[in-house]
Every structure is written in C-alpha cells, then in structure tokens.
Design a protein around this ligand. Structure first.
Ligand code: WTA
Length: 668
C-alpha cells in the first residue's frame, strides 16, 4: 500500500462475529479496556502476575522491571527458567505427550507428523549432540536451515542447553552468512545439505563452505549437516558431522539448563539504515511471555486449533509464531517447506483444506500474488477448496491494502473469520498493535489498537504526542517484556537507533510513520521513515544494496530507492553510475542482468533490484546529498515536480528517466 492510499478514509467496519466473541480469550471491548486499565494502574503487577502464572520458572524472579540503566532494561531479574522446558516438558507433564506438535508438509507434499513427546526426544538428542561437540551455555550457534522439523529442533536444542542461536534465512548469500557468523561469534553451525523449494534443490552446505572459507570464522569448530536430499556435497573431515550420526546414540533426555530471565535466547539480524545489519538480541523470559500471551490474545488459540503460520524460521515471524509461540502454547501447527506457487498457486488453500487449518497467518504479499493467480486461473480459485475449517485469519509484515483485506476476508475467510492485521517488528519480539478477534471492530487497512500493556503513541520530531488525525512517528512509551535488549556487540547503536536523543531518549522509536483515526483512535501504519524498504514483507536496507552495488568493479556510485509494486509492496530501483561511459542497447541489458545477479550473490536473491537505471552521475545537492525523493519520482515514472534548482547536473534526470524506458529490467 502506498502512503497515499493509506490516507483514504476507510469507513467499512466489521464487528466480531457473536459466536466467536462468546468464546474468545478477550471477549468484548470492555474486557479489552479492563486489561488496558489494569496495565495503566499497575504496570509491574500486570506483567508480573502473568509472568508468574504463565511461565514455568526454575527459580522465581525477585524484581519485575529494572530501569536503572534505561534504555537497557531488565525484566524478571533473579528468576531462572528454560525456554525449551517451557515449550516441551511442561506439556509432557500435563499429559499431552501424545498431542501432535508439528505437521510437516514437504515441498513435494509428503507429510510427517510428530508429537510433543517425539519432539522432546529429538530436541534432547540434538542438545546432547551439541554438548558432545563442546557447545556450552552462552555460546552462539548459527542455524542455516530449510523450513523443517529439524530447523525447529535445532533452535529448541540450542535453547535447551542455553546456547544463543542466530538463524540466518536460507536465501541469504555466503557473504551475508559469513558476516553474521563473524559478528555473532558462532562456535558451531547447523545446516542441511540442500533445501527444496518449488521443485528445485538449492544448495545450503555449499554456501556454508564458501562462507566459512571467507575468513574470520575460525571459532566455528563444527558444522552439523541435516541430510535433506542426499545431494552431492563437499566434506571437511573433523569439522563436518551428519546430524543423523551425531544424534544416533544420544539419550532421549537432556536436562534443560535453567538460565537467567535476561539470558539471550537468540540474536536475529535485520536491516537498518546503515550498510551493516543489526543483530537484534532477545532475552528468554520476557520474550517467551509475550509469545505465549499473543498466541492467546491475538490468535485466541484454543486447544483443538490447528495453527499455520507460513513464515520462514529465518525471520522473526518464524521465531515467535512457529518455533516458540505455538509450542509454548501447546498448539498443533502446520510447518511448510515449500512456496505458495508450487505445484500451483492453489497450494495454500489446498493445504488448509487437507489439514483443516483453523488459524492461518500469512503476509499480504503472498495474498496479493495468490489473488493475481486466482484471477487468471479459475481452477485454483479459493472457491474450489473447502476452507470451512478456518476461524481466524492474520497478516503480518507490511501494510495490507484495504481491497486485499476485503478479498482475504471474503474469499478465504468466507466473511465469517476475523482478519487480524498484526503490526510488529523483529525488535518487538511479538505483536504490538493488533486487533483482538473477539473484541475489536475491524477496519480494513488498520492494525487497530495497541495490545493491552503496550503503550504505543504517535509523536512529532521533538517527541511530543500529536493529536489524532495527524501523522507522526510511532513510538512506545514504556519498556515491555519482549522488546529488543540490545544490538549484539553494539550497545551505542541500540541507544541511538531506538532511543534517539531528539525524542528525549526514553521513547522506543519503531522507525515507522503512523496516523490515528480521529474518531476511533485506530492506528494505520504509513511506512518506514528511514532508508529501509519492505519488499515482499522483507526488510531491506537501501544502504546494504548500495554497498553491494559499489563493490562491483564496474560501479562507481549507486543509489537505491523503493517504488510501489502491486505484488511485492515495494520494489527495488537502483540508479547506477558506471566507471565507464553510459551503456546502451544489448550491452546495457547484459550489465543490468550482471548487476542484479551480483547483488543476489552479495546479499541474496531477495535483494536483487527489480530495475537498474544508468546515468553519468547521481542527482545531488550542491552540498553532495543524493536527492532520493527525486529518484523516487523517476522510479515511479512520475514527472519530476520537485525543485531541481539546487541540482549540480540537471541533465542526468533525463538520462535516468530515459534509461528506465529503454533498458529497465521491469518484469525480470
Ligand atoms: C512493517 C516483521 C504495516 C513495518 C514482523 C515494520 C508492517 C517492519 C506490519 C518490521 C503491518 C510489519 N502493517 N507494516 N501489519 N507488520 N510491518 O522486522 O515497516 O521483518 O517496521 O518484522 O515491517 O519488519 P520485520
């Protein structure tokens, strides 16, 4: 959704279905307000009561919130617990060992089910295996895995022994992987021989080999390899171990290591406004608490629900709403290896029908692509599938256009399922602003109201709250348990990126613009306020892509901007100045393809620019600042209306505009 569109007043409202509201975890707006008031009145009590009741503690906490070193906050100090114990053992103790935990569907449709008892045994075996490899409490382990039972087992096994995991999305390049391995200081890496997506086998282990050979990774003592395809791979004796052999003779029990409430459960890298990704560090107790509370509140999870979140474990959504939330809540969930378009774009609907999914959580970008597909091929239109098992739908990752929301509500939800637009971020650990399905009236395109306990607000550039109806910066006024604790190895960047002095130094700055409705107070997110793009729901820093481009031997300078795209939300447009004369014709086309592939190998295929334009220089002010707004207009095909009088070399606007007409790689 473009920021223009978000300003169109939206008058449609959908009340919670009565049958739904009756049984909901939070039933009705009075219940919602009561929770908000409870948090307002007694903030620490609000959280401590839930932390005590909902988590299993090895040792109870003695303080609730310690803000003495704000913005570095500590929650539930004195307490110790284990994440894996909370996600697995407690269900075994409650007589749920036979309950199915994961229903894994492979790319080719093969289905494997695994109970909580079996999952526990496998996590214990791998945890014992990691200990055999010398992985200890506080060590870091990088996980570079496909969507799989084994990927979740790997995360839980790390948590079980108190090792901090850092999952790297399987679509990232060797270079991106190496940077993360080095930054986090990993001692071991868990990967697979290959991954299978959309009928294709893609390398993982080969990329690990390449990454580790780039240097700086001497701390990595072991590479554990899950055999997914049996494809050809190279083997480094003494370093590489097959997962199957490592776990074969390990006991099926392993004491869960109690760790401090603040112990780093994981570090997950995400893009920021500089070239270097940020290692977002999350803690154990506060993170788990919110993962569980939001499963109960936002998803209204019931014991017989079948939950399916289509994210990848390489992103935060796959952490909180696959690897931790559903497990700590004791849910049965579907885990999918493949892609929504294979073998055809009816795959999601077919899976919902076959498995009888009741709660479905996906990204607007997937819905938009599937709408397109359904419109052109009636055979895979959702009406061909029995979607009656669904009772709740959710979206995440980017704004959802009101029309896409309506299509989802009508065609997938049969007009009976609430559609929950959840706003949150890698840094927030879980949902921040989202409707409660049994309470909140839904308005397409709005994530509605902050969850109880979350003190979200909109402020101006000096940190002063703005009235409803006036846009501004989205902030959170008080620390909450699942928030980012620091940027791994860079506390100063944590402070300056999230608690900027201009806003007073005590407001959490989300990095998104937002506006509240004048009458309802509902929030609508208007998009990032920094140089971060959202492509298919994935965060991409423009600086990262620019750095990748200028690393190419032929590139002198590059600027990257986003432009609206029907399917991916935003698309990447790159403006490139070469170290040689302007190319044209076939030569230009060849260079475009080379640069796109280059970015793919520097960062990963998700970062490939959709279009590349060439010019003799970049439009800059006399003080040397790149005029990005101007580039955005060109990328959008708009006539340049901005004042260009300060521009050093106005002729290049023509070049870039023309270059888009003749040599754009649009549609590639
Ligand atoms: C955007 C994904 C509008 C936003 C969980 C945020 C959204 C960034 C929504 C975080 C939503 C996420 N409506 N925008 N419902 N959800 N965003 O860290 O710009 O990958 O800052 O976390 O995605 O992306 P991240």
């Amino acid at each position: 959704m473009s920021s223009m569109e978000s300003k169109i007043p939206e008058h449609r409202a959908f009340h919670p279905p009565a049958s739904f509201a009756r049984n909901a975890e939070v039933a009705g707006m009075d219940a919602y307000h009561a929770l908000c008031n409870e948090a307002e009145r007694d903030y620490e009590g609000f959280w401590s009561r839930r932390a005590r009741d909902l988590l299993h503690w090895s040792k109870p906490f003695t303080t609730v919130l310690d803000e003495s070193d704000a913005p570095f906050c500590r929650w539930f100090d004195g307490g110790t617990l284990n994440a894996s114990y909370n996600c697995l053992d407690r269900h075994l103790k409650n007589g749920n060992a036979q309950k199915v935990a994961l229903i894994f569907e492979a790319d080719d449709g093969a289905v494997t089910q695994i109970t909580y008892g079996e999952l526990h045994a496998r996590v214990c075996q791998l945890a014992n295996g990691l200990k055999e490899l010398g992985v200890r409490l506080g060590d870091r382990v990088v996980i570079y895995m496909p969507m799989s039972i084994e990927g979740i087992v790997a995360m839980q096994a790390c948590a079980r022994i108190g090792a901090t995991h850092s999952v790297v999305f399987g679509g990232f390049s060797a270079k991106s992987l190496q940077e993360r391995v080095v930054d986090v200081g990993a001692v071991a890496l868990i990967t697979a021989d290959q991954q299978v997506r959309g009928g294709k086998n893609l390398p993982l282990k080969a990329i690990v080999d390449e990454a580790l050979a780039m240097g700086g990774c001497a701390a990595v003592r072991a590479v554990v390899v899950y055999r997914r395809t049996g494809g050809q791979i190279e083997w480094v004796e003494g370093r590489d171990r097959w997962m199957s052999e490592l776990v074969a003779n390990q006991p099926q029990s392993c004491d869960a290591e109690p760790v401090d409430a603040e112990h780093p459960l994981f570090v997950l890298y995400t893009s920021g406004s500089t070239g270097k990704p940020k290692g977002v560090q999350h803690c154990t107790a506060g993170y788990l608490l919110w993962a569980l509370m939001t499963m109960q509140w936002t998803f209204d999870l019931k014991p017989d629900d079948l939950f399916w979140c289509t994210a990848d474990i390489g992103w935060v959504t796959g952490h909180t709403y696959i690897a931790y939330g559903p497990l700590i809540a004791g849910a049965t969930q579907v885990v999918f290896e493949g892609v929504p378009s294979y073998p055809d774009s009816g795959r999601f609907w077919d899976m919902i029908a076959r498995h009888k999914v009741s709660i479905f959580y996906t990204a607007p970008t997937a819905i938009r692509a599937l709408i397109k597909a359904a419109e052109t091929n009636a055979d895979i239109h959702p009406k061909q599938y029995d979607l009656s098992s669904l009772r709740l739908l959710g979206t995440v990752g980017e704004p959802i256009n009101p029309e896409v929301w309506m299509w989802y509500h009508r065609n997938i939800g049969g007009e009976r399922c609430p559609v929950i637009d959840t706003f949150w971020q890698t840094e927030t650990g879980g949902h921040l602003i989202a409707p409660l399905p049994g309470a909140t009236d839904l308005v397409p395109g709005s994530c509605t109201l902050p969850l109880p306990g979350i003190q979200a607000a909109i402020v101006d550039e000096s940190g002063v709250e703005v009235p409803n109806g006036q846009g501004g910066l989205l902030v959170v006024k008080r620390p909450w348990p699942s928030m980012i604790r620091t940027i791994w190895g860079d506390p100063e960047r944590f402070r300056s990126a999230y608690f900027p002095a201009e806003l007073g130094g005590n407001l959490y700055l989300a990095g998104d613009g937002a506006i509240r409705d004048e009458f309802t107070g509902y929030f609508t997110i208007t998009g990032r306020i920094d140089d971060v793009l959202n492509v298919s729901g994935h965060r991409m820093g423009t600086m990262e892509i620019e750095s990748a481009l200028v690393a190419h031997p032929l590139v002198a300078e590059a600027a990257v901007v986003g432009r609206p795209d029907d399917v991916t939300g935003e698309a990447i447009s790159a403006f490139v100045v070469l170290k040689r004369s302007l190319p044209s014709g076939d030569e230009a086309l060849q260079l475009i393809s080379e640069l796109r592939n280059w970015v793919g190998s520097e960062i990963g295929p998700i970062a490939k620019p959709k279009e590349v334009r060439f010019g003799e220089s970049l439009p800059k002010t006399r003080s040397g600042k790149i005029m990005r707004r101007l580039l955005r207009s060109i990328a959008n095909g708009e006539e340049v209306k901005q004042d260009t009088s300060t521009l050093e070399n106005p002729a290049i606007l023509e070049q870039f505009s023309a270059s888009g007409d003749s040599t754009s790689s649009r549609g590639v």
